[in-house]
Design a protein around this ligand. Structure first.
Ligand code: GLY
Length: 582
């Protein structure tokens, strides 16, 4: 279900407003649990755990299943990040973000006058980055899973071949007007114009065959016949991706970023995601305030948290990009001393105007970098991603966020192979210095370059207490991903909520520019009035031209009860996801 269906939104808001405080218990499971945007995908993960698989097997099974039952964002034609924390404390961060093809150029989305060509980086063949999802999931399975690829892909293959009943919301989504622009997408997802109706079974035989081929010979996607088929389809459509680009794709294992927050360890996504760094920088700043005492979603606690977000996003814009192409000063940004210096710039009662922010000059690395680079630019980041969380019976955990960027990605379905390709090229800054749709600003570090990975906000996160996993967190939502994860984490740690309450609680968001404090529809007008007197420009919901989205993101999270060991699954009540456990 997506919040673009306005009539439904009105009904839902009425319903949610009255039920917001009811039914706030997470799902309790004794052994293993998966929480995702789709019940069938969560079930796929549980099925493989019950067959002897661990959390990584379940994560891979869920990922492939989402590529079948959640075509708008689940994928094999995109990329993602998987954060794994095994029960013995070992962590693995697997980066399978898309890469720009070798023929990509810095100016590829600019016209002859040097202006950004609207939509060019979002729809169609040129918007596609070299997909990493298949490589990443195969890598995870082969390195850290217990079962075979065939076993973990079996549920996805079955779902693609036998089909599943479409919900009302899924049917509405399939009416996407840009899908109709591509013959293969129109044929598969819109039945050539004879649109699917709610309850009809959606079968994807081409995708089933593709998944079977991957399960039998995973390397084929990058080095074999399938790579050649993908490259031929890209060439025919005017895209840049070649068989050589696919052959060059590589998964990267990276060190996750680590911080602490009020005695808990926070482990999260490193560059090329900005997520973990911005999350930990924000948390470091708010750690200096007694949020619990100020009160959950009181004007004061929102004020200090917003000022922290503002500063961390200011730094995001300047410094974040692909670490294989630029040195990203993560250590300085997540240093507690830096947070302390930032706190000194925060007024106790007034908002700081974003344009007046000045970075504290305590680290020469940050000063020198900022002086050497032009002002960052705003960039669009699509909010259409998906996150799922897994914990198995042994206590191994996986947090996975994956994306094809926009809803249905580039809208291009690869001829004969039945899967959609991403439009991740849009996550680069097309032109440093120019504002974009989502109002996000990004700097030189994220300019387009061949072989480069575009900057992401995906924030798969694991919170540890002592030596035990406590929380597995994540969400879609572009820049809102980071503030959503922060809101959920603070809900548990600062405000004593259970994980379901923390996931459901109203969210607020600031990303430096535009200088707006976005609050979901459920905020009290009194609180908003008080924030306005502090100098905030408050907007209910997210504003995009004339449309207003009243709420955002989709946190799919797990907590582990420290006393009982129970796995507590919380699927976001804003959407139609499901926690499934045993
Ligand atoms: N495309 C959304 C993200 O990577 O954050």
């Amino acid at each position: 279900m997506r919040f673009r269906h306005k009539s439904l939104i009105v009904l839902l808001l009425a319903a949610l407003a009255t039920t917001a405080l009811a039914n706030v218990e997470p799902l309790h499971a004794q052994h293993g649990i998966v929480v995702s945007i789709h019940e069938l995908a969560s079930k796929a993960g549980v099925e493989v755990m019950q067959a002897g698989g661990n959390a990584v097997d379940a994560a891979v099974a869920t990922g492939f299943a989402l590529a079948v039952v959640h075509s708008p964002a689940g994928n094999i034609g995109g990329g993602g990040f998987m954060l794994v924390r095994m029960a013995d404390g070992k962590t693995h961060f697997i980066d399978y973000r898309e890469k720009a093809p070798a023929a990509a150029t810095r100016e590829m989305f600019l016209d002859a006058q040097g202006n950004v060509i609207e939509g060019a980086s979002e729809i169609g063949y040129k918007s596609i980055g070299v997909p990493g999802s298949v490589a990443g999931m195969v890598y995870a399975e082969q390195r850290y899973g217990k079962l075979t690829l065939k076993q973990v892909m079996a549920p996805a293959i079955r779902l693609a071949r036998e089909g599943y009943a479409l919900s009302w919301g899924e049917v509405q989504d399939l009416h996407d007007k840009h899908l109709s622009e591509f013959a293969e997408s129109r044929r598969i997802f819109q039945r050539g114009g004879n649109y699917y109706r709610p309850g009809e079974i959606f079968r994807q035989p081409e995708l089933a065959r593709t998944l079977e081929r991957i399960a039998a010979k995973p390397d084929d996607f990058y080095h074999g016949a399938m790579a050649r088929e993908i490259a031929a389809a890209m060439k025919k459509g005017g895209g840049l991706i070649t068989a050589e680009d696919l052959a060059q794709y590589e998964v990267k294992e990276r060190e996750p970023v680590r911080g602490t927050y009020r005695g808990f360890e926070v482990i999260s996504a490193p560059p090329p995601s900005s997520g973990g760094t911005v999350l930990i920088e924000s948390l470091n700043i708010v750690e200096g305030y007694d949020l619990a005492k100020l009160g959950d979603r009181s004007a004061e606690s929102i004020h200090f948290t917003t000022e922290a977000f503002r500063r961390a996003f200011f730094d995001r814009a300047e410094f974040m990009g692909d670490p294989d192409f630029a040195k990203i000063p993560v250590a300085q940004l997540i240093d507690k001393k830096y947070a302390e210096a930032w706190r000194e710039t925060i007024h106790s009662e007034n908002a700081t105007a974003s344009k007046d922010l000045k970075r504290p000059a305590i680290f020469s690395e940050l000063e020198e970098y900022a002086a050497a680079h032009p002002q960052p630019v705003e960039n669009h980041e699509a909010p259409h991603t998906t996150h799922y969380s897994v914990v198995d019976a042994e206590g191994n955990a996986a947090a996975v966020t994956t994306t094809i960027n926009d809803w249905f990605g580039s809208r291009v379905t690869v001829d004969g192979l039945g899967f959609l390709m991403n439009d991740e090229m849009d996550d680069f800054s097309s032109k440093p210095g120019v504002p974009n749709l989502d109002g996000l600003i990004q700097g030189e570090a994220n300019a387009i370059g061949p072989g480069k990975r575009p900057l992401s906000s995906m924030t798969p996160t694991i919170v540890v207490h002592g030596d035990k996993t406590l929380l597995v967190l994540g969400s879609p939502g572009s820049s809102k991903i980071i503030t959503t994860v922060a809101n959920v984490l603070m809900g548990v740690v600062d405000y004593g909520m259970n994980i379901q309450e923390a996931v459901d609680a109203p969210r607020f968001h600031n990303q430096w520019l535009p200088d707006v404090l976005n609050v979901e529809q459920w905020f009290s007008p009194d609180t908003v009035k008080r924030l306005q007197t502090m100098g905030y420009k408050v907007e209910f919901g997210l504003h995009d031209d004339e449309s207003v989205v009243p709420y955002w993101s989709d946190a799919e999270c797990i907590a582990i009860d420290a006393k009982t060991g129970e796995r507590l699954g919380a699927s976001d009540y804003r959407n139609s996801g499901k926690a499934v456990g045993y």
